[in-house]
Design a protein around this ligand. Structure first.
Ligand SMILES: Cc1cc2nc3c(=O)[nH]c(=O)nc-3n(C[C@H](O)[C@H](O)[C@H](O)COP(=O)(O)OP(=O)(O)OC[C@H]3O[C@@H](n4cnc5c(N)ncnc54)[C@H](O)[C@@H]3O)c2cc1C
Length: 292
């Protein structure tokens, strides 16, 4: 199917994009890589009057260090996130997650900002940005604001972004030296999307006790979440397989699992618990291998 007709405008700067969003109201839609927006336009699930192309705004591209944080511009492609030396060495969880998005073509065109703003339930990044306690930076007519990842994902395809705001960057504080990490994913074999994806960060103290554990889960439900009950059960404990398996059973407490052609709710719950256990144990393994 073809999309409905639309006008096309190219924004030269972020301020330009904000002004165009204000000018066109509900009819205006930003386009970055187009790899989520164009498919839904072809299905006529979105029929914008005007596409506002932000794809050439240089200030939205690339990775830099910024006041102790790694700042990743919204237009940075999945491939760039996966291969950037700074991201790979400092926040390997994010690099690995990006490397497992879709296929090569998707990774070369799709952007981290577009993926987060779109907030597909099966998107990979929410698991990582939740586990990394990332901050989403947005700019609009009222200025810039920083949104904690935990407050960003509100519902299916719905985020805390206002309609006239541009997501400009993702900021991530460097995790503790020697931390362990893992991204476990059950991928849809056709598209690569996450039926379930679990990201984990583990920090052990000198005696091997869990000083910090952060787990983000995507795919299972309409909205990604932090697995707080599992985290609380294991902080201050030795991360032995038995204790980890027991805590992983808590991961989906209070969660309304999706039930669709890709998997029943019960199947998703079981996979989520299994991948949570694997993610924690692999993260622990990596912590040890980094010599902490
Ligand atoms: C075949 C295929 C397989 C895929 N597999 C996966 C997968 O395995 N895992 C996965 O996570 N994703 C997958 N995707 C989605 C892909 O990652 C997209 O690139 C991503 O979801 C959207 O990024 P984009 O830059 O293409 O955004 P676009 O499609 O351009 O935009 C998406 C939405 O975000 C808004 N938007 C874009 N940028 C901004 C911004 N800076 N500020 C505010 N709003 C903005 C747009 O207005 C639009 O509503 C797949 C896509 C395809 C086509």
């Amino acid at each position: 199917m073809n999309s409905s007709t639309f006008d096309y405008k190219r924004a030269a700067t972020v301020d330009d994009a904000i002004a165009l969003l204000q000018e066109h109201g509900d009819g205006g839609k930003l386009i970055a890589g187009g790899h989520s927006l164009l498919p839904i336009m072809k299905l006529r699930l979105a029929e914008p009057d005007v596409l506002i192309d932000i794809g050439r705004i240089a200030e939205l591209r690339g990775v830099r260090r910024d006041a102790g944080e790694i700042a990743i511009g919204a237009l940075t492609t999945h491939h760039q996130v996966a291969t950037d030396p700074e991201v790979r060495s400092t926040i390997p969880l994010l690099a690995d997650t990006a490397s497992r998005v879709g296929d090569r073509q998707v990774r070369n065109r799709g952007t981290i900002g577009g993926a987060l703003a779109h907030a597909d339930a099966a998107s990979d990044y929410p698991a990582a940005v939740l586990a990394l306690d990332a901050t989403i930076v947005a700019r609009g007519p009222r200025g810039e604001r920083r949104i904690p990842a935990r407050e960003f994902f509100l519902d299916f395809l719905t985020t805390a972004l206002e309609p006239d705001e541009v997501l400009t960057a993702v900021h991530i504080s460097e995790p503790a030296a020697g931390h362990g990490w893992s991204y476990q994913k059950l991928a849809n074999q056709a598209s690569g999307y996450a039926i379930v994806g679990v990201g984990a960060i583990v920090v052990l103290d000198a005696s091997g006790v869990c000083a910090d554990l952060r787990i983000g889960v995507t795919g299972t439900a309409a909205v990604a979440w932090r697995a707080e009950a599992t985290e609380a059960a294991l902080r201050g404990q030795q991360l032995e397989p038995g204790a980890v398996a027991a805590a992983a059973e808590l991961v989906d407490d209070g969660i309304d699992a999706l039930d669709d052609l890709h998997g029943s709710a019960e199947y998703r719950r079981r996979v989520t618990r299994g991948l949570t256990r694997r993610a924690i144990l692999e993260a622990v393994e990596r912590t040890h291998s980094r010599g902490s």
